[in-house]
Design a protein around this ligand. Structure first.
Ligand SMILES: C[S@@+](CC[C@H](N)C(=O)[O-])C[C@H]1O[C@@H](n2cnc3c(N)ncnc32)[C@H](O)[C@@H]1O
Length: 216
């Protein structure tokens, strides 16, 4: 079972929007091209959208501007309050990737940015299986998150963070559940998705996973 990150995110909710514009030097590279990353996820989305780990609502806001209807899910009260201040008309319910009040409609797209690494690989697999069930037949998943090509690449970036005295970042990379592309590819494919990965900065990749049709 993954850790509960609510306290951390309740505290971070007040300064999160400064971090994403490069206000925290240790996380500058993680949030490099943040706006383009969110734009890319919005561009790949369609129809009725469920978003997990809404945070302060930055992706939600972009999706709303594109004219989408969104159902947000966010475990941290502090983050939910920030998102509701920005976007009072968007429903943002208490819940997480695995346990959440079901939306009334089947979603066409499930999106999330900078959050999926909060689940262990086993939980990631359960989440994708669940989404395969609740998505529309032609539905898709579009996630952006820190992912590594392989374990060696992950260890190299942790070493570099330590050499730069980015100790909070190094600890984060060592203690959360950042995974590799082959692991995610297997999880998506086992659950009937065809997935592509696009690198957006030294840490973050966009994953675009479409449900495979029966005869594909
Ligand atoms: C780094 S923030 C990203 C916020 C926003 N998506 C963005 O791109 O700026 C991570 C968010 O994921 C949420 N989170 C943490 N654990 C989660 C879980 N198990 N399920 C869903 N969201 C989670 C946190 O509360 C936080 O709001």
């Amino acid at each position: 079972m993954a850790k509960d990150f609510n306290q951390l995110f309740d505290a971070w909710s007040n300064t999160y929007d400064q971090t994403v514009v490069g206000g925290d030097v240790e996380y500058k590279e993680v949030f490099a091209h943040y706006e383009q990353i969110l734009d890319e996820v919005a561009k790949k989305s369609k129809g009725y959208i469920v978003e997990f780990g809404v945070g302060t609502g930055n992706l939600t806001e972009k999706l709303l501007k594109e004219g989408f209807e969104i159902y947000g899910v966010e475990p941290s009260r502090g983050m939910r309050n920030k998102a509701k201040e920005k976007l009072p008309h968007v429903p943002v319910v208490e819940g997480d990737f695995l346990t959440f009040p079901m939306p009334e409609e089947h979603p066409d797209t499930i999106v999330s940015t900078y959050a999926f690494h909060h689940l262990t690989d086993e939980e990631k697999s359960r989440a994708i299986a669940l989404y395969s069930d609740i998505l529309n037949e032609t539905g898709k998943i579009v996630f952006a998150d820190t992912v590594f090509i392989d374990e060696e690449a992950k260890q190299a970036i942790i070493k570099e963070a330590l050499q730069n005295n980015h100790n909070r970042l190094a600890e984060d990379l060592q203690t959360e559940y950042y995974t590799t592309i082959p692991v995610l590819q297997e999880i998506f494919e086992e659950n009937g998705f065809q997935v592509t990965f696009t690198q957006m900065n030294a840490f973050v990749w966009v994953m675009d996973a479409e449900k495979r049709r029966e005869n594909q």
